[in-house]
Design a protein around this ligand. Structure first.
Ligand code: BTN
Length: 253
């Protein structure tokens, strides 16, 4: 049985990255569920070496310490669960039409509102601990030029001024069952994730990864959380990492 997520919340004004703080705490023995929240990150990071814009008071910058007793491969499902819980929170608690793009981008009207970065420490092919970092754009009216029109915030979508901590209070109880299922019923996480994603099936996509670029049509997720893409010749590829660009939605056949 896991400890409650957010049973202890440690709040900071400014940190380099909440993932770094959580990792240090986990390495010195902090228990599962400990949550780190900062008002600002000076070196917030995202997937694939990118930075995560983290101006003071404008976003939720949250990292959770997890100690799931699972094999390394399960960290992919834990990442899917985090994105699923954020999308569910946006839809049910903030009446926002959130969508998910594989593996972990939460979008509203095609613009990114949240990203998830799970970083794991491994010991003989098991997860020793994982840090689940969640960044949600809450109060931004403008984004840096390089992000520009690709991003949105809760304020821009709802017109409401919601304190980042209020979003965290809604999110943590929703995350709890998603995380529990990521460990005990990964098939449920995959099914729920697919329902929340408009591009999981029958969408024409282009996927860029370190192995090159593939184009094809999405055919759902595999049992391990990989994106299944059917190429023109009918061959099915399981994509385990990369950047998905949606070219067209809902293709028949
Ligand atoms: C992405 O979409 O590339 C993932 C972005 C993850 C950002 C969050 S903010 C809290 C935590 N601390 C970080 O430095 N990154 C994650």
């Amino acid at each position: 049985m896991s400890s409650k997520l957010g049973s202890t919340v440690l709040r900071f004004d400014s940190v380099s990255s909440t993932n770094d703080v959580a990792k240090e705490l986990a390495a010195s023995g902090a228990i599962e569920g400990v949550c780190v929240i900062a008002r600002e990150q000076t070196a917030g990071r995202g997937r694939q070496g990118r930075s995560w814009s983290s101006p003071p008071g404008e976003g939720l910058y949250l990292s959770l310490i997890l100690r799931p007793n699972v094999a390394i491969a399960a960290s992919a499902i834990i990442t899917l669960a985090a994105a699923g819980a954020v999308a569910e929170t946006l839809r049910l608690d903030f009446q926002t039409a959130a969508d998910i793009k594989w593996p972990n981008d939460v979008l509203v009207r095609g613009r990114k509102i949240c990203g998830v970065l799970v970083e794991a420490a491994i010991e003989s092919d098991r997860l020793q601990y994982a840090v689940m970092g969640i960044g949600v754009n809450i109060a931004q009216r403008y984004f840096p030029e390089q992000i520009g029109a690709g991003a949105t915030s809760l304020l821009l979508e709802t017109g409401r001024e919601i304190p980042p901590e209020d979003f965290a209070e809604s999110l943590l109880p929703r995350l709890e069952p998603w995380y529990a299922e990521a460990i005990s019923r990964p098939d449920h996480v995959i099914a729920k994730w697919e329902e929340l994603s408009s591009s999981a099936r029958d969408c024409r996509v282009c996927v860029k990864s370190s192995d090159g670029e593939v184009e094809g049509v999405t055919r759902g997720l595999s049992a391990s959380g990989a994106l299944i893409v059917e190429l023109a010749a009918g061959e099915r590829r399981e994509i385990v990492s990369g950047e998905v660009k949606v070219r067209a939605v809902r293709i028949e056949g």
